[in-house]
Design a protein around this ligand. Structure first.
Ligand code: S3P
Length: 170
């Protein structure tokens, strides 16, 4: 791992491909991949749906903030795939902007709905997932705009998306 390189931080709605793209980027650059959701699950010893059910969303957000800050306090050379709601805490956004190059992945509602169909690991989509996606997208329509770069993933495969990010990064 090259710790002198700038971190790449991926933000965006659920279903925009942050984890998948993060894996490709990390492999390509020889960086460590930090998947924030996976780090929280490992630290808390329970799944995200369990955390939401047993402790509540506020608890999950605190854990998310703590893990994000810890990860970005260390050296560079990491690809950090955040959870879709990591941007809801304004201070997190500042920490991301100073902790690396922030890429927002976007997609249209239909693409996101298609990608998250049948997923039971995202508690915010419980019930009518399609309706929930549209509501959350509307609530967060400006939340990802602080990124250094924005890449629309709707009509591109993962390799192409990763290469667009690398073009900006290099
Ligand atoms: C969330 C997104 C999820 C996960 C949690 C909450 C959100 O991550 O952190 O279910 O608030 O958008 P992904 O964006 O990786 O699905």
């Amino acid at each position: 791992m090259n710790q002198t390189e700038q971190n790449i931080i991926l933000i965006g709605m659920m279903g925009t491909g942050k984890t998948t793209i993060g894996q490709i980027l990390a492999k390509e650059l020889g960086f460590a991949l930090v998947d924030l959701d996976a780090a929280i699950v490992a630290e808390q010893g329970m799944t995200i749906p369990e955390m939401f059910e047993l402790r509540g969303e506020a608890y999950f957000r605190q854990a998310e903030t703590a893990v994000l800050r810890k990860v970005l306090a260390s050296d560079g050379g990491q690809v950090v795939a955040t959870g879709g709601g990591a941007v809801l805490e304004p201070l997190n956004c500042e920490i991301m902007l100073s902790g690396g190059i922030v890429f927002a992945l976007t997609a249209d509602a239909e693409t996101i709905i298609d990608r998250v169909r049948g997923d039971s690991n995202r508690p915010l989509l419980a019930g009518n997932a399609e309706e929930r996606i549209r509501i959350i997208m509307d609530e967060r329509k400006d939340a990802y705009r602080f990124a250094h770069y924005t890449v629309d993933t709707s009509r591109m495969g993962p390799e192409k998306i990763a290469s667009q990010i690398l073009m900006h990064y290099r």
